[in-house]
Ligand binder design. Structure first.
Ligand SMILES: [Zn+2]
Length: 289
């Protein structure tokens, strides 16, 4: 019960029922749900009220809507499914688990979201639509992250990795991975995908070899052994990065082991080119500090 924001109120007459998400004012007699409140308070019609509420709730509901739209597109575009197959992603459970989608490009996302009441300015601000009004993600496999959206190009002509402006967030599905006493850390989501599909559910992904402060803290948030499985690049950048990270983890009391893949491989290519769970398990057991 409080002062009514909708009329000049002297003693509290505005009642909110948080359980039912409803309000009622004994002074001015108005009541309804949060959308009704926004309509009266801002003197706007239903669609504008909805758009305002969405803006206030931040990026999360918008990204959820985007992920949902892209998931529907995945099964409508043969090129996307073919790309996933080629990268070893086959199981429907995995596609469901990672909520994998596809961004066809053009302006289909923009059209869909504007029809749902999102203003163009909000879509531009989120980085989903370019200055020219096109969808920012084109011909990309899309993976929802916490507070961001990773897009992997299916065409070699475009830069392979893309994120929305803003932080990439913490470790991928950390809440699930952190329960295990041994955690496998990989660079890319397609590495994560093939390992999860092969039955390694204790895997997480940093989206690159450089961990941000939050990701590093997460790895150190409990007693566990971390197995690093970065790309075995011929130029040595992956192995160097994993060596540095292993030292940092050890310095924080977290035992780290480095998985040595055949040169030129990452976990994804290892499985795509015939490696199986048993072989990866052997690499895991042979991993060195
Ligand atoms: Zn009132």
């Amino acid at each position: 019960m409080g002062l009514c924001p909708l009329h000049a109120d002297r003693k509290p007459s505005f009642l909110v029922d948080p359980g039912k998400s409803l309000f009622y004012c004994y002074g001015c007699g108005r009541g309804g749900d949060v959308i009704r409140f926004a309509e009266i308070y801002h003197d706007v019609k239903f669609p504008q009220a909805l758009a305002l509420l969405r803006q206030w709730r931040g990026l999360a509901p918008l990204l959820q809507e985007v992920a949902g739209f892209y998931r529907v597109q995945l099964h409508r575009h043969a090129e996307a499914v073919a790309y996933l197959r080629q990268r070893g992603v086959r199981s429907p459970e995995l596609i469901e688990h990672m909520r994998i989608g596809y961004a066809p490009g053009g302006s289909c996302l923009r059209a869909w979201l504007m029809q749902s009441g999102y203003p163009l300015s909000a879509l531009r601000q989120a980085g989903l639509v370019t200055a020219l009004g096109y969808d920012a993600y084109m011909h990309r496999i899309v993976f929802p992250l916490e507070g961001n959206l990773y897009g992997r190009s299916i065409s070699a002509a475009a830069p392979p990795h893309r994120f929305l402006p803003g932080p990439k967030g913490g470790l991928y599905v950390w809440e699930q991975a952190r329960r295990y006493p041994e955690v496998i850390l990989v660079e890319g989501l397609l590495d994560y995908a093939v390992l999860w599909q092969a039955g390694f559910n204790n895997v997480t992904c940093a989206l690159g070899t450089h961990l941000n402060a939050r990701q590093f803290q997460q790895l150190c948030d409990g007693p566990r052994t971390v197995y690093l499985s970065f790309d075995a690049d011929a130029n040595g950048s992956g192995p160097q990065a994993s060596q540095r990270l292993a030292h940092r983890l050890e310095a924080h009391g977290i035992p780290a082991r480095r998985i040595v893949l055949p040169v030129g491989h990452d976990p994804n290519s290892f499985f795509v080119q015939g490696g199986d769970a048993g072989q990866f398990q052997s690499l895991l057991e042979a991993a060195q500090p």
